[in-house]
Design a protein around this ligand. Structure first.
Ligand SMILES: Cc1cc2nc3c(=O)[nH]c(=O)nc-3n(C[C@H](O)[C@H](O)[C@H](O)COP(=O)(O)O)c2cc1C
Length: 453
């Protein structure tokens, strides 16, 4: 008997060889070496749809991870998120071979002018029949700023100020530029559009001046479903005002207050609590017995690159971990003055302050739920009890992790009511929120609808 509210499931991915568990592309069961092949990605997308996933999420970065040792070498040596192809080019193919799967594109606001970006997203939303989401990021890699002509990464505040202006532009284009009945398709008089219902936006902002009008006619969702994964105060404030799906980046034992804060921030911004969904993250290894799962997990751990993990967390925590020694004890590091606040905060989550830095990085890089399918389902239920609406599933090997999910978790989750047994009709927003295809009226972007008419 189904006894639980339904949760949402997203497959965390990137158009790369190796996303989060570095080194495992070499595992005999991995197909990750096929990263440049359409066939591989088509198979992944179809597998996810057969497993009833709601979303295929593409993360993206615009530079190699380059903070650790002040060098890109440790990251690219192991293929960690470099090479990375453009997910925007892959999404139309995946939209063609699937019917219901939501497709999440990450794009950072430094990367492209909002006028061109707005058209790109509208195009994808048309081609996918309204299944596009945008993960709004401001980038955390100094190299991205250098590559995009900013001479380094602009400050946090500056990046989010630019993001605000970027959103103003795209919201005006998506929501306000074309009225709902602008497209008339009048065959008799050969009038496709009523020009009086297509408006310039005349945006003049601190970063962008855009006249308009928008180049695409309104797509099924107008504005794509909006994702954001903020951790800082300025980021959480931005996410609370704008995002429909927010991530907590913390592991389960530390996530409760963060989940409450994210939801409260949206309500504080004048939005309804039900218009925002919070996602946690889960990585898992399962076996038919607990012992088999533990053995597999150990096999995966032994094959993982520690050096790549140091490179990854140096970028996430904005601190070059090579300034510390791997053998340094956490208690000594915490008592010292070398680390920044981000590192201080995450080290505080360590189960043991007597661990060395290397032990801690190994632990944080390989935290997973390990056990039988029933035990993994219990872990998913524990996340739900904490207040999340969905989970972003990180693969250990691809597509093996998603195949395990399809074979062993999907049937059990459906049985308990935790997963949909059939996709709902309509656009992605309708499937996720059970309401209309457009942003709800309480979202600030909807204000753009009225201002040009
Ligand atoms: C689940 C998840 C996915 C993320 N995906 C990306 C990404 O694809 N590209 C990116 O530049 N940053 C990504 N980030 C980083 C966030 O956008 C953000 O920079 C980070 O959480 C720090 O928050 P802050 O901007 O408030 O400091 C992701 C974070 C999380 C938790």
């Amino acid at each position: 008997m189904p006894d639980r509210p339904r949760m949402l499931f997203s497959a965390f991915n990137e158009f790369v060889l190796s996303h989060h568990d570095q080194g495992l592309w070499a595992h005999p069961q991995s197909r990750q070496l096929e990263l440049n092949s359409i066939d591989y990605w088509v198979d992944v997308a179809k597998l996810l749809e057969s497993a009833h996933f709601d979303l295929l999420f593409f993360a993206d970065v615009l530079a190699p991870y380059d903070i650790y040792k002040g060098s890109r070498e440790p990251a690219i040596l192991s293929g960690m998120q470099t090479p990375v192809n453009d997910p925007g080019e892959l999404i139309p193919v995946l939209a063609y071979v699937t019917e219901h799967l939501g497709l999440v594109l990450t794009q950072n606001v430094l990367q492209e002018h909002p006028y061109a970006f707005a058209r790109k997203i509208s195009t994808l939303d048309h081609l996918s029949r309204g299944r596009i989401a945008w993960n709004i990021v401001t980038s955390f890699l100094p190299g991205a700023g250098r590559n995009l002509g900013y001479g380094g990464l602009p400050s946090h505040e500056e990046r989010y100020a630019r993001a605000d202006d970027f959103l103003d532009v795209v919201f005006k284009l998506w929501e306000g530029s074309w009225e709902d009945d602008a497209v008339v398709r009048d065959l008799v008089n050969q009038r496709y559009v009523d020009p009086s219902k297509v408006h310039e936006i005349n945006h003049v902002g601190p970063y962008y001046d855009v006249v308009g009008p928008h180049l695409s006619e309104p797509s099924p969702q107008r504005t794509p479903v909006l994702f954001q994964a903020a951790a800082s105060n300025v980021g959480i404030d931005f996410a609370g005002r704008n995002a429909e799906i927010l991530f907590t980046s913390l592991e389960r034992s530390n996530a409760a207050s963060n989940i409450a804060q994210l939801r409260a921030e949206a309500v504080r911004a004048g939005r309804r609590a039900e218009d925002v969904k919070i996602f946690g993250g889960l990585s898992f290894v399962l076996g038919s017995t607990e012992e088999e799962a533990r053995r597999l997990d150990k096999e995966f751990r032994d094959a993982q690159s520690l050096e790549a993990a140091f490179a990854k967390y140096s970028a996430f925590w904005q601190f070059d971990l090579s300034l510390l020694k791997p053998t340094d004890r956490l208690s000594d590091i915490l008592n010292g003055t070398v680390i920044n606040n981000d590192v201080r905060k995450v080290l505080g989550f360590s189960p043991d302050v007597d661990w060395t830095l290397e032990e801690f990085v190994r632990w944080i890089a390989t935290r997973r739920a390990v056990g039988t399918p029933e035990q993994i389902v219990e872990e998913i239920e524990a996340w739900q009890d904490l207040g999340v609406d969905g989970l972003n599933i990180t693969y250990v090997i691809s597509p093996g992790t998603f195949q395990d999910f399809a074979d062993h978790l999907t049937p059990r989750l459906i049985e308990r009511g935790l997963m949909r047994s059939e996709y709902a009709p309509g656009t992605l927003r309708e499937k996720l929120f059970g309401a209309g295809p457009y942003l709800p009226e309480s979202h600030p972007a909807r204000a753009a609808r009225a201002i040009f008419t």
